[in-house]
Write a protein that binds this ligand. Sequence first.
Ligand code: ZN
Length: 162
Amino acid sequence: MKFSMAKLMGMLYISKYRVYCPVCCTVGVTFNPLPDFYTQNAMRYEYAHFSKRKMTALDTYSCSKCSVSDRERLYAYWLAAAISAEVLSSTANAIHFAPEKKSCRLYPSVKSLSDYQAADLIMEEADYRINPMHLPFADSSYDFFICSHVLEHVPDDRTAYW
Ligand SMILES: [Zn+2]
């Protein structure tokens, strides 16, 4: 990679109060905190990693304009940066496992890909309704894939995606 994750995340914050959302392409949005529902459940079920900020940005979770989450903004920004740096071609074919239902096809960077498909076990809007433990694709069928917050829900993650 020609860019680091820390640099990438830093580029999303123009200043403390003027931030850029790479999904709605707006400068000056604010990012809202994670809804209390998630914090309450994390405390209720004693999720040890929650307060360590390893999984999500608690204070800057959703965009005030388009409501997308921090990880969706990261996917959109990473794709745009990868295409801009020619790490990923806009002619690449990509597949996104378990995409966020409402927003995945709205990323400008996804729109710039000539072949983007979504795969999910239950989402009706997905191009493929498949079990990740039984992928129907031949090896090297895709140039790029997004798979985040998925494997922890798969009964046998060693079988999935091999
Ligand atoms: Zn936004």
